[in-house]
Write a protein that binds this ligand. Structure first.
Ligand code: NI
Length: 181
């Protein structure tokens, strides 16, 4: 296991569409090591999520710290070959940051109710719905698998700022707490 280098905006791998993981390879040492390395790297850099292209691996794998269920201890969520379906046209806007776009934060409108289908780290099929900020985090991570960054989804670039200035001027009084992903 290892902490990997994180690709920064401008590296072409962040703009590629990632390949699906063949279902019969999920249990392989290569994929299990990739997942472990992604978790270690996310924790090292205080991320709340990480997608494989961010560590230079163009595969459809996402890891997230899932702390959105009230009364449930935070746990690791792994999504392999995820598919997202919007269940509403209504959007919510949250500030987002990204380990591949370090030091910046910006407001991104996204559908606020989604359905997710994916495989987990054991290759088992999972499906669930997510709302609000949880829906935003999933869409942010899965966008990495499509070669998209959150700034591509912004509709008002005056709402993009350095993290400190974001807290000072765009969201006065609020501490930046969302974490980069
Ligand atoms: Ni990101």
């Amino acid at each position: 296991m290892a902490i990997r280098k994180v690709a920064a905006m401008g590296h072409p791998i962040l703009r590629q569409v990632a390949q699906p993981v063949p279902e019969n390879e999920i249990a392989s040492e290569a994929i299990q090591t990739l997942i472990q390395d992604m978790v270690e790297t996310m924790v090292e850099y205080d991320g709340r999520g990480l997608a494989a292209p961010q560590i230079y691996v163009s595969l459809q794998v996402v890891v997230m710290i899932w702390d959105f269920d009230p009364g449930v201890e935070p746990y690791l969520k792994v999504l392999i070959n995820p598919e997202i379906e919007s269940l509403t046209k209504e959007t919510s806007t949250f500030p987002e940051g990204c380990l591949s776009v370090p030091g910046l934060q910006g407001d991104v409108p996204r559908p606020n109710w989604i359905k997710v289908r994916a495989l987990d780290q054991k290759g088992e099929r999972i499906g669930f719905e997510a709302k609000g900020f949880a829906a935003t985090v999933i869409q942010h991570e899965c966008d990495h698998l499509l070669g998209k960054l959150y700034i591509d989804r912004m509709t008002d670039l005056t709402r993009l700022a350095f993290t400190k200035e974001y807290g000072r001027y765009l969201s006065p009084g609020s501490e930046p707490e969302e974490g980069e992903a």
